[in-house]
Each structure stands twice: as structure tokens, then as C-alpha cells.
Design a binder for this molecule. Structure first.
Ligand SMILES: NC(=O)C1=CN([C@@H]2O[C@H](COP(=O)(O)OP(=O)(O)OC[C@H]3O[C@@H](n4cnc5c(N)ncnc54)[C@H](O)[C@@H]3O)[C@@H](O)[C@H]2O)C=CC1
Ligand SMILES: O=C(O)CCC(=O)C(=O)O
Length: 444
């Protein structure tokens, strides 16, 4: 059996009931076959792959808090510190009822290679809780965040592990967590990113993941003789990534015609109204059913369906495994030319393979959504030097980083004779740096 297959088997055996983690490991290791074969003797002897798939450390903890009725609620908190070979652990905190250890491990594993691709010195980590912020009052969210940080603060720090936002964790939650960290540890430091602008946040971090997704998509199209301007785009999700992806796509001359949430989706033939979307999701924290009151000519549908719309480009920006094989078939049948992942692992393995086999340009999340964490690293730099850069400066750096990522993944694919396979290219380019750093630092 090949070394890659042995390690995939080991991961499944050692981590049963963690299907998302298996999926992420398979996707990465399958595309590293050629690199691993070229270095097999050394990697085997050093158990490099076995070390890569085993988190350096993981925490699971109780999070008790009191709801508005005076009832005590208990959630489970997680932080997985996956790999620090190239820098302090870095990655978001997901607050969603579906969160479990396997989901945090898949996200943490992806984060290792994504962070490496940014070219910045950040290792991979991820955390979160099965707490559901939906429908909770501000006071309840604060009570949860304070309790969560009371435990988490023992394991994080500006030079060790720097969490940030993810699904369910936005500026409000980061604010409450930062306040509690400072209260307990007495340190005003860049321990979290995505902070508010009045207490150490970076301009453009809110926009960064969505904007970065479009910078990379635009470059990928350019490399393949297409342009973004004039294209019709389907976006899924309506959270942080989806909103700013929609905004930047429209600024760059494309038309976004869909957005979605966990209960339904909107089709707006005239192009999504970003101001209305922001009002509904960022201010009122309401459902997409509200969109029709801003745009009477739009359509609202229950359930899923954004991938059934005829578009040139698809940008999945909601959650994992939301673009399935039948969706991929529909996109291909409708003439879609490119898919770029704003979310983490939104496309199943079978759907990815189908898209690639049918000539659709496919940018994997670890490259396409790396602009968020890259800008978080820029926030860390600003915190360390106790300065704030202008929006234009951060945005210009973000653009450069995304263009570089695009070229690095394309070049790595070419080097290994899989030209145009950006899944392989991103995995190879991300892996090479981490493997090199792990090797240089000895058996740890
Ligand atoms: N916020 C960031 O900077 C980054 C986020 N990501 C990824 O992007 C994706 C979206 O994250 P955010 O926009 O930050 O979160 P968010 O909480 O702001 O928005 C999440 C969106 O996904 C939808 N959603 C969640 N679960 C769903 C489900 N089961 N079915 C259908 N829709 C669902 C929600 O309705 C919402 O529209 C996630 O995969 C996240 O890991 C990736 C890189 C950075
Ligand atoms: O900004 C960060 O540190 C993390 C963003 C994140 O969670 C992600 O890239 O998936």
C-alpha cells in the first residue's frame, strides 16, 4: 500500500465518526501523492504525514452560561491547535449547533495549508462551540462569550494562538470575547483578530474574505483568457463572506443574482442589492424572506436551489458540503465556467472531480478564501507595531497576496504536470513550506 493510502487509512481508523475530517485529509493527501512519492523514504522515516494529520494539541471544555429566563445552559467549547511549524496557531471560532470535534479538526487541518499559502508566518488552528447565536439576545450572547473565553484564555495569546471569526462569530462576539480576555489576563494585545476599529481591529478585515475571493477569481479567469466583468454569478450564503463577495463582484462589473441562508434563497435578476442585504443580515439579523420588501421584483424560494440558476460563475460562501454532485452537473449543463470556494470545503469530492473533469476552473477554499486569514495576519502586524494602516494600504496588500496565491497554485500544478488542477496546486504549494519547516525543526 502506498504511504498516502496508509495514512488515510490510519486517520479513518484513529478518528472514527469524523467524516468531515476524513474528507479534508483525503482531499489534501490524494493530491500530494506525487510530492510524497518523490520524498517517500525521508517522509516515512520521519513519519511526516502521521505528524501532519495529528493535532499538536486539542482542548474540549464546558461552557456554562445563564439564559434570559435564569436557566443555566451548557455548551461544549473546542480549540484545536493543529500545526505551529510556520507560526502561531491562527484560525477562526465557529459558533453553530452542528459543531463537533471532527468539524473543528477538518477546519483546523485546512487552515494549515491555507495559512501557508498566504506567505505569512501563521500556523493552523480552529475552534468553536455548539452554541447557536441565532435568536439569542445580546445579553445571552455576551454571557456565552464570557464563559467561553474564561476557559479559552488559558490556551491562547498574541504569540501562541490567535483566534478570529467564522460562522456565527462576528464583530459582536469578538468584542465580548476580547473584553473578557483582557479582564482576566490584563493584557491589551492582538490575541484575537476581527476586532472593532476602536480597539485594535484592522480596516478591511470585515471585507477581506469576500474581496479576496474576487481578487483571486479575477486573476484565475485572467490566466485562462476570461474576464470577470460582464459575468453572471451565483453566490450562496448571506453572511460575512457572501456579503462582501457580492459587493466586490458587482464593483468589478459582474452581476450577482442569488444569495441564500439556511432556510431559503433569493433570486434577483437585476443583481443583489448589497445595501438591503447588509441591512437584513448585519443590522436586523433577520431572514432572507425580508429581502422582497426591499426588492419587490425578486423571488424568494424555500430550501436550496442557488446552483440551479444559469450563471457563468458559482461562489459557494455558506458552509461545508453545500455543493453536491447533482449541483455540479446542473452548473456544467448551464455553461458555468468557474467555481471558487468562499466557504471552507463547500464542494464535495465527487462534485469537485466532476467540475474539473468537465473543464470548469475550480479554485479550492484554502486558496480562494485565504484573504480573510491573510488580513488577520496583517491585523496582527499592526497590533505588534501599535499602528493602524489605511484601508487602501490593507486592501492593496490583500490584492497582492491573492494574486500571488493564484500564481503559486497555478505554478505548483504545472511543476507536477497537472496544469490547471488548482486543488492539487494549492495543496502542493501549501504543503511544501510546512513540510520544509517541520523537517528543519526536527522531530517535534
Ligand atoms: N469569515 C471569514 O473571514 C472566513 C470564513 N470562511 C468560511 O466561509 C463560510 C461562511 O462564513 P461566514 O460568512 O464568516 O459566516 P456567517 O456566520 O457570517 O455566515 C454564514 C452563512 O452561511 C449560512 N449557513 C450556515 N449554515 C448553513 C447551512 N447548514 N445551510 C445553509 N446555509 C448555512 C448562513 O445562513 C449564513 O448566510 C464558512 O465556511 C467559513 O468557515 C472562510 C474564510 C474566512
Ligand atoms: O481570520 C482568521 O484568523 C481565520 C479565518 C478563518 O477561520 C478561515 O480562514 O477559515
Amino acid at each position: 500500500m502506498s504511504y498516502v493510502d496508509e495514512v488515510i487509512e490510519l486517520v479513518v481508523k484513529k478518528n472514527p465518526a469524523e467524516p468531515e475530517f476524513h474528507q479534508a485529509v483525503k482531499e489534501v493527501l490524494e493530491s500530494l501523492r506525487l510530492v510524497v512519492e518523490a520524498n517517500e523514504e525521508k517522509y516515512r522515516k520521519d513519519a511526516l504525514l502521521e505528524r501532519l494529520v495529528e493535532p499538536e494539541r486539542q482542548f474540549k471544555f464546558r461552557v456554562p452560561w445563564v439564559d434570559d429566563k435564569g436557566q443555566v445552559q451548557v455548551n461544549t467549547g473546542y480549540r484545536v491547535q493543529f500545526n505551529s511549524a510556520i507560526g502561531p496557531y491562527k484560525g477562526g471560532l465557529r459558533l453553530h449547533p452542528s459543531v463537533n470535534l471532527g468539524i473543528i479538526k477538518f477546519l483546523g487541518f485546512e487552515q494549515i495549508f491555507k495559512n501557508s499559502l498566504t506567505g505569512l508566518p501563521i500556523g493552523g488552528g480552529k475552534g468553536g462551540s455548539d452554541f447557536d447565536p441565532k435568536g439569542k439576545s445580546d445579553r445571552e450572547v455576551m454571557a456565552f462569550c464570557q464563559s467561553f473565553m474564561t476557559e479559552l484564555c488559558k490556551y491562547i495569546g498574541a504569540d501562541t494562538d490567535v483566534p478570529a471569526g467564522d460562522i456565527g462569530t462576528g464583530a459582536r462576539e469578538i468584542g465580548y470575547m476580547y473584553g473578557q480576555y483582557k479582564r482576566i489576563r490584563g493584557l491589551s494585545e492582538g490575541v484575537l483578530t476581527g476586532k472593532g476599529l476602536s480597539y485594535g481591529g484592522s480596516l478591511a478585515r470585515t471585507e477581506a474574505t469576500g474581496y479576496g475571493l474576487l481578487y483571486l477569481t479575477q486573476e484565475m479567469l485572467k490566466l485562462n483568457g476570461h474576464e470577470l466583468s460582464g459575468k453572471t454569478v451565483a453566490v450562496s450564503g448571506s453572511g460575512n463572506v457572501a456579503i462582501y463577495a457580492t459587493q466586490k463582484a458587482q464593483q468589478l462589473g459582474a452581476k450577482v443574482v442569488t444569495v441564500s441562508d439556511s432556510t431559503g434563497w433569493v433570486y434577483d435578476a437585476d443583481g443583489i442589492d448589497v445595501d438591503a442585504l447588509k441591512e437584513i443580515k448585519e443590522v436586523s439579523r433577520a431572514r432572507l424572506t425580508e429581502y422582497k420588501s426591499y426588492r419587490p421584483n425578486s423571488e424568494y424560494h424555500e430550501g436550496r436551489g442557488v446552483w440551479s440558476v444559469k450563471v457563468d460563475i458559482a461562489l459557494p460562501c455558506a458552509t461545508q458540503n453545500e455543493l453536491l454532485l447533482e449541483d455540479a452537473k446542473q452548473l456544467v449543463a448551464n455553461g458555468c465556467i468557474a467555481v471558487a470556494e468562499g466557504a471552507n470545503m463547500p464542494t464535495t469530492l465527487e462534485a469537485t472531480e466532476y467540475l474539473q473533469a468537465n473543464g470548469v476552473l475550480f479554485a479550492p477554499g484554502k486558496a480562494a478564501n485565504a484573504g480573510g486569514v491573510a488580513t488577520s495576519a496583517l491585523e496582527m502586524s499592526q497590533n505588534s507595531e501599535r499602528l493602524s494602516w489605511s484601508f487602501e494600504e490593507v486592501d492593496a496588500r490583500l490584492q497582492r497576496i491573492m494574486v500571488d496565491i493564484c500564481h503559486n497554485m497555478a505554478d505548483a500544478a504545472e511543476r507536477y504536470d497537472v496544469k490547471g488542477n488548482y486543488v492539487a496546486g494549492a495543496n502542493i504549494a501549501g504543503f511544501e513550506k510546512v513540510a520544509d519547516a517541520m523537517t528543519a525543526q526536527g522531530i517535534v
